[in-house]
Design a protein around this ligand. Sequence first.
Ligand code: DCM
Length: 134
Amino acid sequence: MSERIVVVAAALLDAGRLLAARRSAPPDLSGRWELPGGKVEPGECPEAALVRELREELGVSAEAVARVPGEWPLREPYVLRVWTARLHPASAAPEPLQDHDDLRWLTRDELWDVDWLDQDVPAVREVAGLLEAA
Ligand code: DCM
């Protein structure tokens, strides 16, 4: 039986907007937009992995809020699980420090203006209802 490795990603919400991050690597994913995150390390709980990845990739202090229902297959052996997340009040603003070259805060009206990774689309659809229409 093959072991699945969980990739966690954050639907980081602030003021009714969702953070989208444009990947700068690898070549087959670069230019596409994703919910920021990464692989859970052995022995690490997924929420802790999410907090770590957001700090490393975006320089923010954040916390996981709630699991977005569902699990989406990535390239073997990875599966994608998503949590909503929020910034701590004293957090720095997100910056694309590694893996990304652009960030956007999207309202519900702007949600589909970016070219999401195919595998992130169902999760983005799930969080759409949490965003403001304006
Ligand atoms: N990944 C994804 N969607 C996300 C985050 C990551 O499909 N929202 C994929 C891209 C990589 C793998 O998971 O193949 C590991 O991500 P990373 O390279 O960011 O650690």
